[in-house]
Design a protein around this ligand. Structure first.
Ligand SMILES: [Zn+2]
Length: 503
């Protein structure tokens, strides 16, 4: 397979285009649900068969794999046996009038893939898509179906003009348009309550590298926490808060949701029991116009946060790659992160960040190496060889041998000197005298400037002019600008009602 990257361009749409696209998306959704049902059915039948049950009890190996393969073939639980089913379904009803052969195949493959992942235990049971849940359709090649011709999108009689970025300050779009188009994807998004369509060009090659984001060939150690990120390179280091601009207005969202609930109850009194629980079964729900407006506002707020988060992840990736493209980091369990720091992880999405970093590093010819956390115990080890457990609240590494550093930065430094899941302690010790000033400078930068946003307690920087006693003997930090930021986020939430240029 060749390298692939995506470039997204917004589309100009007339009311007629919107109507046609909506009908096609609805057809795609119906087809998806039909294919999903069929795949689930075939999967269930296969699992219940005697053949399958026998195969299950075989010892692991070639024979067992062959037996499973045979089961899949006899029950038609294969991607390519679902395609004829999808084509037949389309021919038999109205769906076929709105979709082309390639789109039909990709939709069938998508439904099958969801069931396949469920079958292998990688995902939960896939759900049927309700109206508005399916938001994208894609083609299979640029030869027919959804295709790109002379800078326009063509799809069975529709011609859609893209809105090109004529400024294109960094030449990103110019580069993308010179690459070979593999296939197209059309995505519908609701921006400030209005539907907008985008085309994603799936292109061959590597994305354009902006000159301002220089990538270093060095090795870089990385330590990712639920809310912080520390990176140590050859001649620089930094400690920063993850996505500090993404301030989820929890309180405001909660208030809006409570209002939604009150409104729902007032407009649908027949749908509730006497003890104010909702009646079971499907019923008709009336939604007031204010309810709809509020719903748009909540959705818009979430959309904005998502865009900001993505942007910040990208910036952070570039910052890390500037230190070194060969990245070493501890392998973290994002599931345990989600369990222990639910809210913080929802806002900052460290798992998503790591997958983005892996992709970007690979594009630049580097890599992200995962280090086994249990074998190395980076947060407990010192370069003198002493392994001592530190409680989470202790944010500083201070060893009896005289080594002192901020905890996260020190783990990142140690990660840099790991190879094949083993910490090279001699190398780490030899390089310490050169690295110590870097780490110290990284810390002083945080206290001097507010460039990385409010300073969280996990940095372990003592607060000045503080007389509050703190748990671990060092001092905790109350976010200095918390009030200012909070009022700002509130303003933003209110400002959403006002029309603003969409992102
Ligand atoms: Zn030590």
């Amino acid at each position: 397979m060749t390298d692939t990257f995506i470039h997204e361009i917004p589309l100009k749409t007339t009311p007629h285009d919107l109507a046609v696209l909506d009908v096609r998306l609805e057809a795609a959704r119906n087809l998806y649900n039909a294919c999903l049902r069929e795949s689930l059915l075939r999967f269930d039948l296969m699992r219940e068969s005697k053949h399958y049950q026998m195969a299950r009890h075989l010892p692991k190996g070639k024979v067992r794999n062959e037996a499973f393969k045979e089961c899949r073939e006899t029950h038609g639980f294969l991607e390519y046996t679902l395609h004829p089913f999808a084509a037949k379904t389309c021919k038999a009803c109205w769906i076929g009038d709105h979709l082309d052969a390639f789109t039909i195949q990709t939709i069938a493959s998508r439904a099958f893939d969801a069931v396949r992942q469920y079958a292998y235990g990688a995902r939960g049971k896939p759900r049927f898509k309700r109206r508005g849940w399916l938001t994208s359709v894609e083609g299979k090649s640029n030869a027919s179906g959804i295709r790109w011709r002379d800078g326009r999108v063509l799809w069975s009689g529709l011609t859609l003009m893209p809105i090109f970025d004529f400024k294109d300050k960094h030449g990103v779009e110019a580069h993308a348009l010179t690459c070979r188009v593999k296939y197209l994807r059309l995505v519908k998004r609701t921006v400030i309550g209005e539907p907008r369509w985008f085309v994603q060009l799936v292109l061959e090659g590597t994305p354009h590298q902006k000159t301002k984001n220089d990538i270093s060939d060095d090795t870089c150690g990385l330590d990712i926490g639920p809310s912080t990120i520390a990176a140590v390179g050859e001649d620089n280091a930094f400690l920063s808060q993850f996505c500090y601009e993404v301030m989820q207005p929890w309180k405001d969202i909660k208030r809006e949701q409570r209002a939604q609930d009150r409104s729902r109850r007032a407009t649908n009194p027949d749908n509730y029991n006497e003890d104010s629980t909702a009646k079971k079964g499907s019923r008709k729900w009336h939604r007031s116009s204010r309810y709809k407006k509020r719903q748009y506002r909540i959705a818009e707020c979430q959309r904005r946060l998502t865009t900001t988060r993505k942007k910040q992840h990208g910036q952070m990736c570039n910052k890390v790659l500037g230190l070194g493209k060969n990245i070493k980091t501890e392998k973290l369990s994002y599931k345990s992160f989600q369990k222990n720091y639910g809210r913080s992880v929802t806002v900052r999405a460290p798992g998503m960040f790591v997958s983005m970093l892996t992709r970007k590093a690979a594009n630049a010819g580097g890599s992200v190496e995962d280090i086994n956390i249990k074998a190395t115990k980076l947060s407990q080890t010192c370069i003198c060889g002493i392994v001592e457990k530190k409680p989470l609240k202790q944010r500083h590494h201070a060893c009896i041998c005289g080594v002192q550093a901020q905890r996260d930065l020190f783990s990142a430094y140690l990660a840099k000197h790991c190879s094949n899941h083993i910490l090279d302690i001699h190398q780490a010790k030899a390089a310490w005298s050169a690295a110590e000033p870097l780490l110290r400078r990284a810390m002083s930068r945080i206290t001097e400037t507010a460039s990385c946003g409010p300073v969280p307690a996990s940095f372990g920087i003592p607060r000045r002019q503080s007389c509050l006693p703190v748990k671990d003997g060092s001092t905790a930090i109350k976010v200095a600008d918390a009030v200012a930021l909070k009022s700002e986020s509130r303003k933003e939430m209110i400002g959403l009602a006002v029309r603003t240029p969409w992102l």
